[in-house]
Design a protein around this ligand. Structure first.
Ligand code: NAD
Ligand code: TDX
Length: 369
């Protein structure tokens, strides 16, 4: 069967961590692709992450990239973008993504992840009718499957059993996406992947938080005893997986994506500490970064272990992770060391000032011009 060829993509949440890396990947790997990035620019969305993409591929460059400020839950905004840009492919990353925030305040998670996904699906259904030459790809998480004990791995057939408000909202969105395929025939694909790491991850997530706290000599908060296990997937491997599924995935099918990087949290923190020490960046006053490790109260409902069985994507689509965890983590530490200005900007609200300098303070962004 000929592969599907995405040409005009609407990427939602492209100013975030994975969406931004995906935009870079697609523009570099596929010269015919044009991308509209629809993002609400919440605290987690930063145009500073895409400044070079905007310069090279935006309206003042080769015009393959447009930023559009907006909410996926704004039906009119989405419908307008689909029509104005002749979109044939939606890749849906936009979400509230941080588990701890969902515990403190679940409502935005339901509004964006559930209602937002519903509105996006409806806008696509109305714009595309019964066209088969289009795709809606939904990016989801292994957290929908709940928690594993010491053995086993999640397959695509594992029953959903989410623990946190975040994972419950992602589970809901997965069900909506599959229902829009079964009920309305919308050509969808879904991926459920493990914990991503790499450049441009907002420093509230474990790996970038620990890197920056090491560099700043702050305590490294480890929940419980640090025994919980996550499977770490380099974001570049994840982007290649989504690209593969878009082109060759069977419509209506879910693919699990894993990194072969199962590691207890405490070990990850120690690996980061050792890397920072090896770079000669141990902060003054401590003998080694490991001395900053601080065990703190556990996360409520903390899933013990995630592990992914990714035999389906490997056997059907020939995808496998390529980045080794120790090497990828080392590169990630170095990236954060080299991008302290980005870290300061995304934590200070600086990127909003950047946005106003770039586009003026009229709320107009490149895609609107
Ligand atoms: P992120 O928090 O870094 O970025 C989310 C982006 O979505 C931000 O740019 C934000 O501004 C935007 N956004 C939020 N609400 C919006 C709305 N209503 N309308 C438009 N834009 C909105 O998230 P991430 O880590 O890049 O995750 C991307 C996707 O991948 C999410 O769907 C997440 O559930 C999924 N995922 C993430 C991981 C991970 O390890 N980070 C793992 C598995 C799945
Ligand atoms: O300070 C911390 N200390 C700590 O021990 C933080 C922020 C986390 N942790 C632990 C909790 C987790 O077991 O580290 C592990 C990783 O935590 P996060 O980086 O918050 O990721 P996680 O909760 O596993 O969820 C992530 O992966 C799946 C993403 O945030 C989700 O969007 C994705 O779906």
């Amino acid at each position: 069967m000929p592969e599907f060829e995405p040409r005009r993509l609407l990427v939602t949440g492209g100013a975030g961590f994975i969406g931004g890396n995906f935009i870079r990947h697609m523009l570099a790997a596929h010269p015919d692709v044009r991308i509209v990035n629809l993002d609400l620019l919440t605290y987690a969305g930063n145009l500073a992450s895409l400044a070079d993409v905007e310069a090279t591929h935006g309206p003042r460059g080769d015009n393959r990239y447009h930023f559009l400020h907006g909410d996926i839950a704004d039906f009119g905004r989405v419908a307008g973008a689909l029509a104005a840009h002749g979109i044939d492919t939606v890749v849906h990353f936009a979400a509230e993504s941080h588990v701890d925030r969902s515990i403190l305040g679940p409502e935005p998670f339901v509004i964006t992840n559930v209602l937002g996904t519903l509105r996006l699906l409806e806008a696509c259904r109305q714009a595309w009718g019964d066209r088969g030459d289009v795709r809606f790809h939904h990016v989801s998480t292994d957290e929908v499957y709940g928690s594993l004990g010491p053995e086993g791995a999640f397959t695509e057939e594992t029953a959903y059993d989410p623990s946190s408000p975040y994972s419950a909202s992602k589970a809901s969105s997965d069900h909506l996406v599959r229902a829009w395929h079964r009920t309305y025939g919308l050509p969808v694909t879904v991926t459920n992947c493990s914990n991503n790491y790499g450049p441009y991850q907002f420093p509230e997530k474990l790996i970038p938080l620990v890197i920056l706290n090491c560099l700043e000599g702050k305590p490294l908060p480890v929940y419980g005893r640090g025994a919980n296990v996550r499977d770490w997937l380099h974001v570049e491997d994840h982007c290649r997986a989504v690209d593969r599924v878009l082109r060759a995935g069977r419509v209506g099918t879910t693919y699990n994506v894993g990194g072969e990087g199962e590691t207890p949290n405490l070990r990850i923190v120690e690996m980061i500490c050792d890397r920072v020490d090896a770079l000669g960046l141990t902060p003054a006053g401590v003998a080694s970064c490991r001395g900053l490790i601080t065990f703190v109260a556990d996360r409520p409902g903390h899933d013990f272990r995630y592990a992914i069985d990714f035999r389906r994507i490997r056997s059907e689509l020939g995808w496998a992770p390529a980045v080794d965890l120790a090497e990828g983590l080392g590169r990630t530490v170095e990236w954060y060391v080299a991008h302290r200005d980005w870290c300061a900007a995304v934590r200070s609200g600086e990127y909003r000032r950047y946005y106003e300098e770039q586009y003026g303070n009229r709320g107009i962004m490149s895609g609107d011009r």
